[in-house]
Design a protein around this ligand. Structure first.
Ligand code: ARG
Length: 391
């Protein structure tokens, strides 16, 4: 904790001329850690730390705008209903009628005698998945088990279950255990998918949500772990068109799109998958644009990322990037980000996905009674060495 805090304050000093030398603040923090096992960031430290955590996110291609991240300080909030309420408000603010604002909401961190809240969901908005009678899946197969888990907590799907039923938020606190909260439909901005020149496309009944808000990763600043800190940017079209709706273990729409396009799907060499994939991605970009909902394409975003790299280099900083995540899942070689390598070291502050949070995010977990941690080492101070789960 001491070293991580020291390193953070060095960075904070180096990058914020206005704050000057922080000798007194550092002494205070040392004493605070000695007395309480942790310390409390000032608002300025939190805002800077959250923005730099985004800047250091090696898998994110959209980091050019890291300085514009809106940081909402909810560290005083611990009750599950209040957490859910602020998440709803996060969506309202971040959605902004479709013109998405990159935003993070930071809730209470763990302290020596009290665990902060946890959000089970991988994202604030996700679609339920149901096993159908014929052994197939209705909805998002990624959330089959999560959907089962929230049903076990008492959530009921709509009377007529559909392919895009929004899951409830599941909040876990030490005092109240695990509780779920329905998201008001007014804050779930969605886009119905149509195609610029294939009229039948609308009949597929596809849609997606406008705001991707990751809610099970921890924000780690100077050794302090904020386990509940949902954050969002805006979508790059391929995330929806080339993954969520295309992956075989997600909505797997390519065979149906190809069939409607009248393509020869009898063998691979017709490239029917590739052709269907392009039209699906055109539909996503077209529909979001029509709906005035923020979206970006992979060509534009690749260029922006190179601009970001150049800026970081000019500022004398290394910019870690994970090639396998940065290169878009379609037309990789058409984008400039394909044709080079990147620094790969892990920098702090950053976002981390712990093993437990990762499994809660897709499988949920059994409801358990509220408990108090007995000792400081039963997980409360797990801020170091959290493994990044492979996704
Ligand atoms: N790929 C994830 C999804 O499809 C979202 C990850 C974050 N994406 C973003 N553009 N900020 O939901």
């Amino acid at each position: 904790m001491f070293t991580a805090a020291e390193e953070f304050f060095e960075l904070f000093e180096r990058e914020n001329d206005a704050v000057g030398a922080l000798a007194a603040r550092r002494r205070w923090v040392r004493a605070e850690i000695e007395a309480t096992g942790t310390y409390v960031h000032t608002t300025a430290e939190l805002v800077f730390g959250a923005r730099v955590a985004w800047r250091n996110s090696a898998r994110c291609i959209g980091r050019l705008y890291w300085k514009s991240l809106r940081v909402r300080d909810f560290r005083a909030i611990r009750g599950s209903a209040a957490v859910a309420d602020r998440c709803v408000d996060h969506l309202r603010f971040a959605t902004n009628g479709g013109r998405v604002r990159p935003t993070i909401s930071v809730f209470a961190a763990d302290s020596i005698d009290r665990r902060g809240p946890r959000i089970w969901n991988e994202q604030l908005i996700r679609y339920a998945g149901y096993r159908t009678e014929d052994g197939g899946v209705l909805g998002d197969p990624r959330y089959l088990e999560f959907t089962e888990a929230v049903r076990a907590l008492g959530w009921r799907p709509p009377e007529q279950p559909g392919a895009f039923d929004v899951l409830p938020l599941v909040i876990d606190t030490e005092e109240e255990g695990t509780r779920w909260f329905e998201l008001p439909s007014a804050v779930v901005h969605e886009v119905e998918l149509t195609h610029p020149d294939l009229p039948w496309f609308a009949e597929l009944g596809l849609r997606w949500h406008t705001v991707p808000a990751i809610s099970n990763m921890s924000l780690v600043i100077g050794g302090v772990e904020y386990a509940a800190a949902p954050f969002n940017g805006w979508y790059m079209g391929t995330e929806i068109g080339a993954r969520n709706l295309a992956d075989q273990d997600r909505y797997a729409m390519l065979p149906e799109v190809a069939r409607r396009m009248g393509l020869d799907t009898s063998h691979e060499q017709t490239l029917w998958k590739d052709r269907a994939l392009v039209e699906l991605n055109r539909a996503v970009l077209h529909s979001y644009a029509q709906a005035d909902a923020t979206i970006t394409d992979h060509h534009t975003e690749s260029e922006r990322f190179l601009t970001h790299l150049a800026r970081e280099e000019k500022a004398g900083r290394s910019c870690p990037a994970d090639w396998s995540w940065i290169v878009p899942p379609v037309s990789g070689g058409l984008t400039p980000v394909f044709h080079r390598y990147y620094d790969t070291e892990q920098l702090w502050p950053n976002f981390v996905l712990g093993d437990e949070a990762a499994s809660r995010g897709t499988q949920g977990a059994p409801a358990r009674p509220p408990r108090r941690p007995e000792t400081a080492d039963d997980g409360v101070f797990s801020m170091f060495g959290l493994p990044l789960a492979a996704n």
